[in-house]
Design a protein around this ligand. Sequence first.
Ligand code: GRF
Length: 226
Amino acid sequence: MLTHLRPTSLPIVILISGNGSNLQAIIDAIKNNALPVTIRAVISNRAEAFGLIRAQKEGISTELIEQTKYSTRQAFDTELQQRIDKYQPALVVLAGFMRILTDAFVDHYRGKIINIHPSLLPAFRGLNTHQRAIDAKVTEHGTTVHFVTRELDGGPIIIQASVSVSAEDDKTTLAERVLEKEHRIYPLAINLVAKGRLHYKNNCIYLDNKQLQKPLTYPPSNNDSA
Ligand code: GRF
């Protein structure tokens, strides 16, 4: 038996609320043997999330936790935590999960929970980022993968990708171009964790045991070592 020689696969749980195109990008990367990861479950807080269908099509376990059934944020997060922990993931991946999480929940997964946000953080934390970028007349917009901490959209940044904003852009065209980048950088970031190259410690990120001084970029700049 050569099983011990097989590359190990990082167990992850993915949380979604909607379309799940980032989930799909992760599934596709796994299928292309570009991501040594096993998706143990996909959990949604919304019954209509199309991502649930994407997961079921691949035979991935799915769970629905309807937020309307929980009277407090804490009660919802406690249930969510129990459902996640059943699968014993090494990493929790927020992929369009549209909820603010309690401090207790975030602390429980410290260093083991990441998010993708549709802006070049720290610019445009929160919602409606594409319209806000257009209104602010920025020439560069983009997306960010970061570790999740108590501070909303404020955890240490792993990787960013930017797109140029033109005068013709509206929030739909901009969202489309940003999403394309999201689908590139999320599998890349997860891959670094899966390969044991990227760690979180004391609110800092370590890549190949060296503290990351600035976020990685996609496409990589000459100074990126990933
Ligand atoms: C993405 O833009 C992501 O950055 C944000 O929510 C959106 C989710 O899209 N957090 P999808 O459900 O992965 O298609």
